[in-house]
Ligand binder design. Structure first.
Ligand SMILES: Nc1ncnc2c1ncn2[C@@H]1O[C@H](COP(=O)(O)OP(=O)(O)OP(=O)(O)O)[C@@H](O)[C@H]1O
Ligand SMILES: [Mg+2]
Length: 256
């Protein structure tokens, strides 16, 4: 259905051994919306993002992908997804872009972008190549298709990683600090691409330290503090008139 959120998480709990990292978190990513996750280091942002596409197990709470509940077996620390086919379907529909690009060094940029659609989704290589070239053009590096990752700048490598995520034609993109490893001028190349994707109406969940990016492209911002949602809302309210003392402290520290 048109108004079913792409991702809907309720009351998610996640521990690493005795360390409780997420303490009952809710997150909804409606279709066409950008949800940003902000908060101090260690607050649980990456963990929550990785729980969205089932890269991490969680011990309690529900995760729905397009209205379909993740099926679990076991309870607590023994809880795991019950259905591998479902996990693969969800994971291939929620493409992740990491801080460290994670391109395959032994493949050209074009091969990197084509790899998962061909090998995981079993798509026709000729059609995938055409799409891959379109996505490389979209992120502004069509001329780098035959280059090796090591021959690209950090900003170009990250844009290649975004083209690779797009080539899966996922229902949503998940970004974990996509600009944090980049020099400021290269960062802006990537920021422009992310903003263009937001303007196109792509569904995205974005973990970022870049408050300007979060303010400019989000529909909804979640401030995590020690595994709980301390405050959330539209970016204007969250950045313009933060209610919680902790968020005010966080914003003044990041602005400094
Ligand atoms: N694989 C792991 N094993 C044990 N503890 C972990 C693991 N991954 C993360 N943690 C812990 O979980 C907490 C949340 O980590 P997480 O990476 O989600 O934070 P974050 O908000 O993304 O921080 P940062 O801004 O530094 O990336 C931290 O205390 C971290 O040490
Ligand atoms: Mg992180």
């Amino acid at each position: 259905m048109a108004d079913t959120p792409v991702i809907s998480i309720t009351n998610l709990h996640k521990c690493y051994g005795s360390l409780e990292v997420l303490k009952g978190v809710d997150l909804t990513a409606p279709r066409g919306h950008v949800v940003s996750l902000i908060g101090s280091s260690g607050s649980g942002k990456s963990t929550l993002l990785r729980c969205c596409n089932l890269l991490e197990d969680s011990q309690q709470g529900e995760i729905l992908f397009e209205g379909e509940s993740v099926r679990w077996k076991g309870e607590g620390l023994r809880r795991h997804p019950a259905d591998r086919v479902q996990v693969t379907r969800i994971r291939t529909n929620l493409s992740m872009v990491f801080q460290q690009f994670n391109l395959w060094a032994h493949m050209t940029i074009l091969q990197n972008v084509m790899e998962a659609p061909v090998t995981v989704l079993k798509r026709d290589p000729r059609e995938v190549e055409e799409k891959a070239r379109q996505y490389l053009a979209k992120v502004g590096i069509a001329d780098k298709a035959d280059a090796w990752p090591a021959q690209l700048s950090g900003g170009q490598q990250q844009r290649a990683a975004i083209a690779r995520a797009l080539c899966m034609e996922p229902r949503a993109l998940l970004f974990d600090e996509p600009t944090s490893a980049l020099d400021p001028e290269l960062e802006q190349e990537v920021v422009r691409v992310i903003k263009a994707l937001a303007d196109e109406g792509r569904t995205m969940v974005l973990v970022t330290h870049d408050m300007k990016l979060a303010a400019d492209c989000s529909d909804h911002v979640i401030f995590l503090h020690q595994g709980r949602i301390e405050e959330e809302g539209p970016p204007g309210a969250l950045f313009g008139s933060p209610r919680s003392e902790r968020l005010r402290g966080f914003l003044s520290a990041t602005a400094a």
